[in-house]
Design a protein around this ligand. Structure first.
Ligand SMILES: O=C(O)CCC(=O)C(=O)O
Ligand SMILES: [Fe+2]
Length: 357
């Protein structure tokens, strides 16, 4: 089955090669800024000896424990049981690794010529060119809040365009993913939400703040299934996603409080991740240490490998640590809903920096 899926996938990817070649001639535009202020580090002995940093503050080793891996040949009943118990299931080696590496390579062949990738290195490796991470912040409200000047417009353009590329759409509808979801959920028909996002985090860059996905999907019931896919290996200090242990009930409780506070809002305000009660970016906090202390839960972290997929629930709380390696952390979050049931229709357009979701 994997061989068949790989062949299908590569044939879709290769169709886009001529359009990639068209972009090879543009030159990078850089600008200079003060070095990053993210500087506090602490040694972590668990789950590996890696250092883990959150923005502005280290996450103490005591607050970090390993994510539970689930081998791909685990019986589906056990996979479902773990998903219910943990609010996530980390499927090891689910996707054919060649397809994952190919997607990584295609992404960096497309965005690399803007200066992102270190000269003379293989795009597949995604080795960061170095320098100030702010050069490589995705366009959108966060980038605007940084008030950057002379930004690398070609990078921003390509970064956005990658989200509508046929090779990316093909990856989101990878037959192995769709088959797995069919067996796992029992849904008659699955719709991949079109709004899926690349997460290219460079060394020292601002990681994803603490949230649960339903904050951004309030236009529908909390039934969407998220697949977080590291596109390539992602070492423990490489900025992978971390999950707050046993956090679904916390996410549900926080959402109830938000709903209560928003009950007099218009429908549009009520479902917005950015209404008057929310923090900037829709996040619950950026302080992983404090959040862990406040709720009495530890962060689950992992060394991810190409081929892994983490499926998580809409109320599961998660965030990323800072990428401290020279390898660009590229991941994507893909979301799926049952076709015939209600879902957040706002997510049926490709991601755009100003889509206000
Ligand atoms: O990759 C990230 O940093 C964020 C991913 C995420 O929040 C998700 O997949 O739901
Ligand atoms: Fe998320």
């Amino acid at each position: 089955m994997y061989i068949k899926a790989t062949f299908y996938f590569l044939s879709v990817v290769s169709q886009d090669i001529p359009s990639l070649i068209l972009y090879l001639y543009s030159s990078p535009q850089h600008f200079i800024m003060a070095p990053s202020v993210i500087d506090v580090t602490m040694q972590s002995s668990q789950p590996s000896d890696a250092i883990k940093k959150a923005p502005g503050k280290a996450i103490l080793p005591d607050y970090i424990v390993p994510l539970r891996p689930t081998p791909a040949d685990t019986p589906m009943s056990e996979i479902r049981r773990r998903y219910e118990e943990d609010g996530y299931v980390w499927m090891k080696g689910l996707l054919p690794t060649a397809d994952v590496w190919q997607t990584r390579k295609t992404y960096f062949e497309f965005t690399g010529p803007t200066g992102l990738i270190k000269e003379g290195t293989d795009p597949k490796d995604g080795i960061y060119c170095g320098g100030d991470w702010r050069n490589w912040v995705a366009p959108g409200p966060f980038r605007e809040s940084l008030k950057l000047q002379n930004s690398n417009l070609e990078y921003q353009k390509r970064m956005v365009e990658a989200h509508a590329a046929p090779w990316y759409m093909a990856f989101a509808s990878h037959p192995v993913l769709l088959n797995f979801i069919k067996d796992f959920t029992g849904w008659e028909k699955t719709t991949p939400l079109k709004r899926s996002i690349f997460r290219p985090n460079v060394k020292g860059g601002e990681p994803t703040g603490i949230h649960y996905d339903q904050i951004f999907l309030r236009g529908g019931p909390p039934t969407a299934l998220t697949a977080w896919v590291p596109l390539g290996d992602c070492a423990i200090n490489g900025g992978g996603l971390m999950y707050l242990n046993d956090s679904v009930s916390i996410g549900e409780k926080i959402e109830e409080d938000f709903a209560e506070a928003a009950k007099d809002f218009t429908d549009e305000q009520r479902i917005s991740a950015f209404n008057a009660h929310m923090m900037s970016g829709g996040f619950l906090s950026k302080d992983l240490r404090e959040f862990s202390k406040k709720w009495g839960r530890k962060w689950l972290a992992a060394d991810y490998e190409a081929g892994d997929v983490v499926f998580h629930k809409a109320f599961n709380i998660h965030a990323s640590a800072v990428n401290e390696s020279d390898v660009i952390r590229l991941a994507t979050d893909l979301r799926y809903v049952e076709t015939e049931k209600a879902f957040d229709e706002r997510w049926m357009e490709n991601w755009k920096p100003d889509d206000n979701l």
